[in-house]
Design a protein around this ligand. Structure first.
Ligand SMILES: Nc1ncnc2c1ncn2[C@@H]1O[C@H](COP(=O)(O)OP(=O)(O)O)[C@@H](O)[C@H]1O
Ligand SMILES: [Mg+2]
Length: 397
């Protein structure tokens, strides 16, 4: 939670008064000095001068006249509020402008005063009130943001549940007919000869199509049915080697150089070996698909202490990875096309793919996420500073 300073009426404040009328300036100066709780009172007469001051020092509160020579009325307030959203502002407006005063509250002011209708005491009170109200506004904003994030997560997990249920229903129904087709085609190819010269070609394309459908269905079932893990203490490097062996065919299609930077003496981790292998295969395949003719695939494995300076710290689930604990971090970096712009939150959605025409189904990353969630581990995908994508897996040790 953001640090929201509490303050009290006895606290001395730094105040910036923006007021061009000499009479009002004098009056304000004497009122502020009378209440005697200000460690610094600066009075400026133009908006530009005010900006220069605000950039130089830290102010607790601004008292703003709406009628300045270089910036008019409400515009001043809106600009100030946009540029310095944390600064409490009290508007000081002309006599009989109560309606205007009230309107300024909707434009970012925390309170308003009507000239000629306040004294040192009420001025002082309004300034403190503004600070407190700003504090509360910020807290409310933060709480709202958190609420929205939680809501998005909830919607996401509901969505996954529904898709999961649907998928497994359909997948079970479709798997058997597919097996029958595959069996039939294999039988025909092996035992029945036909005169038509396209016969073998047709059979083999049916077989290919059926196999592809079958692998999609298997992914779907995986996506919805992975609910239990069989964990063992294993060496991540061994799992990685197996994953590379399985993904080799995709790497061989292109000229991909593989680099491995793996720390020595890595600890064992408690994982479901087959599932994590599946995650790694998916990520390696995605990397291979993202690279055109050639590219580099770099694997890094290290033990890291969780701290704010880790570049991916903000994306970590605090619950799984509290500060100062250790984690095993595995990165897969490619030099491919990079993640689709503006879709970073969508890539884990089931069926999201930008590779549909090339045979993408969009289940790979959602399966990965499922598996990592079950391990109470994190998966993060980000675009690298240079060309390409970085997938980061973070495991408890
Ligand atoms: N390494 C990567 N580089 C660029 N984009 C990627 C990478 N990995 C995943 N993506 C993006 O995420 C999408 C979803 O990936 P995934 O769930 O594995 O499905 P699929 O591979 O079937 O498209 C991809 O279509 C692609 O847009
Ligand atoms: Mg994929």
């Amino acid at each position: 939670m953001q640090d929201t300073r509490r303050h009290d009426m006895a606290q001395s404040l730094n105040i910036l008064v923006i007021e061009d009328s000499p009479v009002d300036r004098k009056l304000l100066d004497s009122m502020l000095n009378e209440s005697g709780k200000f460690s610094q009172i600066n009075i400026v007469s133009s908006f530009q001068e005010a900006l220069a001051h605000i950039n130089k020092s830290v102010y607790d509160v601004i008292l703003l006249d709406l009628d300045l020579p270089d910036s008019r009325g409400e515009q001043t307030l809106v600009e100030l509020n946009q540029q310095y959203p944390l600064l409490p502002i009290v508007v000081n407006t002309g006599a009989y402008e109560d309606d205007l005063g009230l309107r300024t509250l909707g434009m970012g002011a925390q309170d308003f005063l009507i000239k000629g209708k306040y004294n040192a005491y009420t001025l002082n009170k309004a300034l403190h009130y503004a600070i407190e109200r700003k504090n509360m506004e910020m807290q409310l904003k933060l709480a709202y943001q958190q609420l929205k994030e939680t809501q998005t997560q909830l919607i996401q997990s509901e969505k996954l549940k529904i898709v999961g249920g649907l998928a497994s229903g359909v997948a079970h129904e479709v798997k058997n007919p597919l097996a029958t087709i595959l069996y039939g085609v294999t039988y025909l190819a092996d035992n029945v000869k036909a005169a038509d010269k396209n016969y073998d070609k047709v059979l083999s394309s049916i077989k290919e199509a059926t196999k592809r459908a079958n692998s999609i269905i298997t992914d779907l079932l995986d996506f919805s049915s992975i609910t239990k893990l069989e964990k063992k203490s294993v060496k991540i490097v061994e799992v990685l080697d197996k994953a590379f062996a399985l993904a080799q065919h995709a790497l061989d299609k292109k000229y991909v150089e593989v680099y491995q930077h793996i720390a020595e003496n890595l600890p064992l981790i408690e994982i479901d070996q087959n599932r994590i292998e599946q995650v790694l295969v998916n990520l390696i395949l995605n990397a291979a698909h993202a690279m055109e003719e050639s590219g580099q695939l770099t694997i890094r494995i290290n033990v890291e202490v969780i701290k704010e300076t880790l570049p991916f710290y903000k994306s970590l689930n605090e619950e799984f990875f509290p500060k100062a604990t250790k984690a095993l971090v595995l990165m897969i970096e490619d030099t491919g096309c990079g993640l689709p712009e503006g879709k970073l939150n969508t890539i884990f959605d089931p069926f999201f793919t930008t590779r549909r025409s090339a045979g993408g189904v969009g289940l790979g990353l959602s399966v990965c996420k499922n598996i990592m969630d079950l391990h109470q581990a994190d998966i993060i995908l980000e675009n690298k500073e240079s060309k390409g994508t970085r997938a980061i897996l973070v495991f408890k040790i």
